[in-house]
Design a protein around this ligand. Structure first.
Ligand SMILES: Cc1cc2nc3c(=O)[nH]c(=O)nc-3n(C[C@H](O)[C@H](O)[C@H](O)COP(=O)(O)OP(=O)(O)OC[C@H]3O[C@@H](n4cnc5c(N)ncnc54)[C@H](O)[C@@H]3O)c2cc1C
Length: 368
């Protein structure tokens, strides 16, 4: 019986596990995750603003294991050896015939221990819970968000919604190292988002960096000090440490370069945020739609490989993207159409409802 290991029970890992378990080949499929549950990340900022209950975003991997028929191992992977076909956790070593690395990405503090110690982040539902608890229990004057990418902007708008709903004052500032927000996105989108942030009384400091945090005081670019401040760091992501330690070709975030079939080598596939897939002279961005499709494709290729059939190259289909903002003035590009306002907001929540796991979670999201 072929042994298949999947690292990560996120969108990519569960998609792969589902296809492998339904293959009818009687495979020995095991999924390893350091968490006990799958967290529905696209709605994490809504835990802060819209009051979505964090438990509605968590889907027990034990349930997924029972439902789909894979073995679940609740451990953190600390290293892998593709040469020995071996995965190490603190509980011991596991060997595989095929491996799928689907370990996603996490906040990158770029080695700054001061920011890591004092800033909040938004990697999983526990991070969402911590932010909410702090907002309820502590008195902040300032809310400083590091990074003007999708997550930073969405979170800033959700913080404003939280403050409005709870009739609390507070200055919200997004600090961005680059000269403009939202990196490579089109100018019309940046302008639209800037206009909306202004309307929500959210300031942007570009060409600026958060330098030091101490006892709630934050210095930005050596000149401005914000006191009694909450800092949330959303200024970049990296792959898991065991990938950072691997001596293979990677991009600066540590995403592993894969071939057309999503392989690192003949027995090891890499999918979702952990994979660096060349696309249209650049690379594929991190998004749920690609993670699900890649998990499915890698699983299909493992099945083909076992059946000694031709592998299928992964051909991305890009349905577009949305920058959700909590006052329902979102924007995005869906199947080639530029959208602003209420329509992309509705589209975002329909997709989230559709893609979230478990009937109870879906209804929990719907109720909010
Ligand atoms: C706040 C936020 C909002 C987002 N909003 C959107 C959105 O609106 N639309 C969109 O398309 N995308 C969005 N994304 C991005 C999207 O969530 C990711 O692209 C997607 O989750 C990637 O799926 P994945 O399966 O590769 O990784 P993940 O879903 O991150 O799953 C990785 C899994 O691997 C596990 N893992 C990691 N390291 C180890 C280890 N060493 N050992 C064992 N297990 C490990 C983790 O615990 C996790 O369960 C958002 C992300 C965030 C953080």
């Amino acid at each position: 019986m072929k042994k298949i290991l999947i690292i990560g029970g996120g969108f990519a890992g569960l998609s792969a596990a589902g296809r492998l378990c339904k293959s009818g080949l009687g495979l020995d499929v095991n999924l390893i995750d350091k968490k006990e549950e799958n967290d529905f990340l696209p709605l994490l900022p809504d835990v802060v603003g819209r009051g979505i209950r964090p438990q509605c975003l968590a889907y027990e991997l034990k349930n997924a294991s029972r439902h789909l028929g894979f073995g679940f191992i609740n451990e953190e992977v600390i290293s892998i050896s593709p040469q020995k076909r071996e995965v190490s956790t603190r509980a011991g070593k596991l060997i595989y015939d095929y491996l799928i690395i689907a370990s996603g990405s996490e906040t990158n503090f770029y080695g700054n221990d001061n920011i890591k110690k004092y800033a909040y982040k938004l990697d999983d539902i526990n991070d969402g819970r911590k932010i909410i608890r702090a907002l309820r229990e502590e008195a902040f004057n300032n809310f400083i968000i590091g990074g003007a990418g999708y997550t930073g902007i969405e979170l800033a708008t959700n913080l404003r919604l939280f403050l409005e709903r709870n009739k609390k004052p507070g200055k919200i500032v997004i600090v961005e190292r680059q000269e403009s927000i939202l990196g490579p996105l089109p100018l019309w989108m940046k302008d639209y988002v800037l206009g909306n942030l202004k309307r929500l009384n959210i300031d942007i400091l570009t060409n600026s960096t958060i330098e030091h945090i101490e006892e709630g005081n934050i210095s930005v670019s050596g000149k401005r000090i914000f006191n009694q401040a909450m800092v949330v760091w959303a200024a970049g992501v990296k792959t898991a440490d065991f990938i950072q330690d691997l001596n293979v070709e990677k991009n600066p975030q540590g995403r592993i370069k894969v071939d057309d079939y999503l392989r690192l080598d003949e027995n090891c596939f890499v999918v979702g945020d952990a994979a660096y897939f060349s696309y249209k002279n650049s690379y594929l961005r991190m998004a749920v739609q690609f993670a699900i499709a890649q998990g499915n494709c890698a699983a299909g290729n493992i099945i083909n490989s076992i059946k000694v059939r031709q592998l299928h190259s992964y051909k991305p289909i890009d349905f577009g993207y949305i920058i959700p903002m909590a006052n329902n003035k979102s924007c995005g590009k869906i199947i080639g159409l530029n959208l602003k306002g209420y329509a992309p907001t509705v589209f975002h929540y329909i997709m989230c409802f559709y893609r979230s796991y478990g009937v109870r979670n879906k209804f929990g999201i719907l109720k909010t």
